[in-house]
Write a protein that binds this ligand. Structure first.
Ligand code: PLP
Length: 522
């Protein structure tokens, strides 16, 4: 493909992408393909001779579209969103045009310097304490995903812990043996509702993992007391907790851990590395009404959120902020002679390879820069607030049908979770406002975490409703089980989200719930 063919191909591709976005609401959000659908549609091996772009492009609609889940659709209300935007796409285009593996400053000074500046912009935008800015001992780096960030933090935490404990030992065989012995006793911690990436990171780091209880009575948050108790239990067995993931917006319900309580515990266990995982909800910190959450993070070691979830920067763009960048470089800086150069040796530049696991890195800050400049702070705030309002709207719809649905959590950061009442009472307009007292008692019993027959029935019915809604492919929702309660999650936070889609999904949920309940009566 030469440059004039590229021009033509790129124009048609962009036209195609615009059409896709303009009409995305008309496509079923979920594909109706079966596993293995693609094999029979494609040849067994790569073509011997190159093909025309028009033929390749035609295959997007023919073979790819049928197997796509449309994450940008307004009917996508599953997981957490993964928002894209046109300026984000332009950033991706330039980044792939400049195509580099800019690991050291010298590999492309603009890649490193823009990243440092944009990460400082982001830190200020979300009101992180100054210790996370590059002007001091901290700074930000972009990684691909929150999971990669957790691994990076966990391994650095392990190494810092061992360095501190064995600081007095001379380098050599004996110290290496001692380190190996101690590693087996190290324990990484996270809430029982923390994302699975912490457990995975502990496996990769070759250490243990232990979850900290966060029951319904504490709103699914880890309290300082619960963290302290877990640490004390572990220590009494001769184990060494060295790392804890504090969550700002858990995957299941968007729960917030008790950061103030955790900071208190840290006073007694200062070697514990505290990482804040704000993968989704961290984007809400662009709004001043959420920024009261951040001052306490000055006590912690690192913070992360995904701009590719809720801040319009195309996947992948995960912002990792560190309070003391030496905590990363002491672990990850290994410099064979082929990576040396006068600028690195001068100590005047940042080489981001020393802050991360891989060597090469993409020019991701470009798309973040384009998005920040195109939307501006105010544009991003109104984007987030629009979804917060939509979350409140959906929550109010659920409350209007207390006979049928039980809100379990939220709306928190636009996410509401709920379950279906398996013994729906006769509904009338007034019964929702003045619920039957026996019904109210019933709900209390349920929300208080009552075990037994009622819970089992509610779980079964909620699961059946969830499966019915997704099988229709008009909407995509996710469900989960939290502290034994089966819940359906609804989060509507894409660029194309609107009230009318939430109204519709609510109708679909009612239909599905009534069908399931009717079928059970038969
Ligand atoms: N942390 C939380 C709270 C999440 O909800 C998720 C995913 O949704 C992750 C971490 C993992 O995100 P990633 O796909 O960026 O690894």
């Amino acid at each position: 493909m030469d440059s004039s063919q590229f021009r033509q191909a790129a124009h048609t591709a962009i036209e195609d992408i615009i059409q896709y976005y303009d009409n995305i609401h008309e496509r079923p959000v979920l594909p109706s393909t079966s596993p293995g659908y693609l094999g029979p549609l494609l040849p067994d091996s790569a073509p011997q001779e190159g093909e025309e772009w028009s033929k390749i492009q035609a295959d997007i609609e023919r073979v790819i579209m049928p197997g796509l889940t449309h994450w940008q659709s307004p009917n996508f209300m599953a997981f957490f969103p993964c928002n894209s935007s046109f300026p984000g796409m332009l950033g991706e285009m330039y980044s792939s045009a400049f195509n580099s593996a800019a690991f050291n400053w010298i590999c492309s000074p603009a890649v490193t310097e823009l990243e440092t500046i944009v990460m400082d912009w982001v830190a200020k935008l979300i009101a992180l304490p100054d210790c996370y800015l590059s002007k001091g001992e901290g700074g930000g780096i972009i990684q691909g995903t929150a999971s990669e960030v957790v691994v990076t933090a966990v391994v650095a935490a392990r190494e810092r812990f061992l360095r501190k404990r064995l600081a007095d030992m001379e380098e050599g065989e004996e110290k290496l043996d001692k380190m190996a012995e101690m590693r087996g006793k190290l324990v990484a911690l996270g809430s029982e509702h923390a994302h699975s990436s912490t457990q995975k990171a502990a496996i990769i780091a070759g250490t243990r993992f232990r979850s900290v209880p966060a029951p319904k009575e504490s709103n699914f948050k880890v309290t300082g007391a619960a963290l302290r108790k877990t640490i004390e239990e572990l220590k009494s067995k001769g184990l060494e907790p060295y790392y804890f993931t504090a969550t700002l917006g858990s995957t299941a319900t968007c729960a917030l851990d008790d950061f103030e309580g955790i900071a208190e515990v840290l006073k007694d266990y200062p070697d514990l590395w505290i990482h804040v995982d704000a993968a989704y909800a961290g984007s809400a910190l662009v709004c001043p009404e959420y920024q009261h959450l951040t001052p306490v993070f000055a006590n912690f070691d690192s913070f992360n959120f995904n701009l590719h979830k809720w801040l319009l920067v195309n996947f992948d763009c995960s912002a990792f902020f560190i309070k003391k960048r030496r905590d990363l470089t002491d672990t990850y800086s290994i410099t064979p002679s082929y990576l040396r150069n006068e600028f690195s040796d001068s100590g005047l530049v940042t080489d981001y390879r020393d802050w991360q696991i891989p060597l090469g890195r993409r020019f991701r800050s470009l798309k973040a820069w384009f998005v920040l400049r195109t939307f501006g702070v105010n544009g991003l705030r109104s984007f987030i607030r629009r979804h917060i309002k939509l979350g409140e709207y959906f929550h109010s719809l659920l409350l209007g049908r207390k006979d049928l649905f039980m809100v379990q959590t939220g709306p928190d950061f636009a996410l509401t979770t709920f379950s279906v009442n398996p013994r729906k009472l006769k509904h009338s307009a007034t019964s929702a406002d003045r619920p039957d007292p026996s019904h109210e008692a019933y709900l209390n019993d349920f929300t208080a975490g009552a075990e037994g027959q009622y819970r089992a029935e509610a779980n079964e019915v909620t699961k059946a409703v969830y499966e019915k809604v997704n099988s229709r492919a008009e909407f995509f929702l996710t469900s989960t089980v939290i502290c034994g309660i089966y819940i359906i999650r609804v989060v509507s936070a894409t660029l194309s989200s609107e009230e009318k889609y939430l109204k519709r999904v609510f109708e679909v949920l009612i239909e599905a719930a009534e069908e399931v309940l009717r079928d059970r009566e038969k």
